[in-house]
Structure formats: structure tokens, C-alpha cells
Design a protein around this ligand. Structure first.
Ligand code: SAM
Length: 216
């Protein structure tokens, strides 16, 4: 059952204040995060921790990202309403919901079938019609839906996923945690058919981006 009462809304407002103090995100992103009931994206037993700035297990050995990480990645992607965005690593669907609240048309890929199934059900229940979920290997992207205005990778990639670069529009941005062990939050801007610009935004720690699909 979907329940989002005053207490949870209040805790969410406090979390948003904390993100503001930390300088993680921007005004548009904080407003979007204020609208997403994060406690519904965690297992019920972790619900009490939903509005703390921490990551949590979501099953299949994966995690829901820390709110400050979601805020930073969403801000780096600099989306505008109506843009077509690809997310790699749907996980719990929380980041997907934040992007949907920012007004984009979202295509999101998950390689773990258990997460794909449970998250699809939750996002449907919550009424997120602008999110389309795919079970697949994010290294391949979604050629049938490309090109994208922006691409957000929410798992750590050892090297730049070349196929994803090909699916980015000229002028588009890709945000990806990059590196084998320690990762660097990286933003790539496609300048032309052949040229890309790369900027680094500090160290981060994500579960690894892995190839193939894992079926239940
Ligand atoms: N954005 C998610 C959220 O808000 O809950 C966090 C996701 S978790 C940090 C990273 C996710 O990426 C995991 O669910 C993992 O299964 C997925 N993943 C890793 N490699 C992938 C790939 N090649 N294609 C699609 N999903 C992948």
C-alpha cells in the first residue's frame, strides 16, 4: 500500500535541508526530491532510515544510492523538461523517479531481472508514466531509442562505455562514475560527431557496472 504521511514528508524536508547545507544538487533537483517518497523504494525494514543521507541494500547484492549522490548526479546531468534521457542501472527506481519529477522522458535499463520486475511494479503503482524500463545490458544502451539528450550511469564503469557515447546527441551530457577500483564522477559532453570533452567531479564509490543479464 502506498503511504506517504506528514511525518515522512517532514523527514524528507529535513533531508532536503541537509542536501542544501552540503551543497549537493541544485534548487530544481531538491524540489524534485521533495516530491519522491524514498521510503517506498527501500525494503520495509529499512524504512526508518529512508531520509538519512546513506545508501542501502535493495536485494540482488545492489544498493539504492545515497541521496546526496542522486542529487549530485541529477544536477550534473542538467536536464530540461521533455528531454530524452537514458539511465543505466535502474536499481530501486529512486533515481528514475527523481529524473521523472524533473520532467524528462526516461528510458532506464537494469541487468538484474529481480530488480527490474519489482521496480517496474512499484513505479507503475506510483503512477510514473514517463519512465520506460528495460531488462538488458546497459553496455549496449538502447540503440532503438537513441540518440539521447543525456545519459546517466549509476554503476561504476571501469572504462568509458563506447556504445553509450555513440548514443549521445551532439551537445548532450553523460554522467558516469569512472574507474576500476576508486571511481571519479565524470561528465562527458559530446562536442561533435567525433569530439568529446571530459570533466572530473571528485571521488565516488558505486557497485560495479557489469555486462550481461542476470535472470532470477
Ligand atoms: N539508481 C539506482 C537507485 O536509485 O536505486 C541505484 C542503482 S545501484 C547503485 C546500480 C545498479 O546498476 C544495480 O541495480 C545494478 O544491477 C545495475 N547495473 C550494473 N551494471 C549494469 C549494466 N551493465 N546494465 C544495467 N544495469 C546495470
Amino acid at each position: 500500500m502506498i503511504q506517504d504521511d506528514f511525518r515522512q514528508q517532514g523527514l524528507r524536508a529535513r533531508l532536503v535541508q541537509e542536501l542544501r547545507r552540503k551543497g549537493a544538487g541544485n534548487e530544481r533537483v531538491w524540489e524534485a526530491m521533495q516530491r519522491v517518497p524514498r521510503h517506498l523504494f527501500l525494503e520495509r525494514s529499512f524504512g526508518q532510515f529512508a531520509y538519512k543521507d546513506v545508501a542501502f541494500p535493495i536485494g540482488a547484492g545492489q544498493t539504492i544510492s545515497q541521496p546526496s549522490t542522486v542529487a549530485r548526479q541529477s544536477a550534473l546531468l542538467s536536464t530540461r523538461e521533455g528531454q530524452r534521457i537514458l539511465e543505466v542501472g535502474t536499481g530501486s527506481g529512486y533515481q528514475s523517479a527523481v529524473l521523472a519529477e524533473l520532467g524528462v522522458e526516461l528510458f532506464s535499463i537494469e541487468r538484474q531481472s529481480a530488480l527490474y520486475t519489482s521496480t517496474r511494479q512499484l513505479l507503475q503503482q506510483l503512477g510514473y508514466k514517463s519512465i520506460k524500463l528495460f531488462l538488458g545490458d546497459g553496455y549496449e544502451g538502447l540503440p532503438q531509442e537513441a540518440p539521447f539528450d543525456g545519459i546517466l550511469v549509476t554503476a561504476g564503469a571501469a572504462a568509458l562505455p563506447q556504445e553509450l557515447l555513440r548514443q549521445l546527441k551532439v551537445g548532450g551530457l553523460m554522467v558516469v562514475p569512472l574507474g576500476a577500483k576508486v571511481q571519479t564522477m565524470t561528465r562527458i559532453r559530446r562536442l561533435s560527431e567525433t569530439d568529446f570533452e571530459q570533466e572530473a567531479y571528485g571521488e565516488c564509490a558505486f557497485v560495479p557496472m557489469l555486462g550481461g543479464i542476470v535472470r532470477q
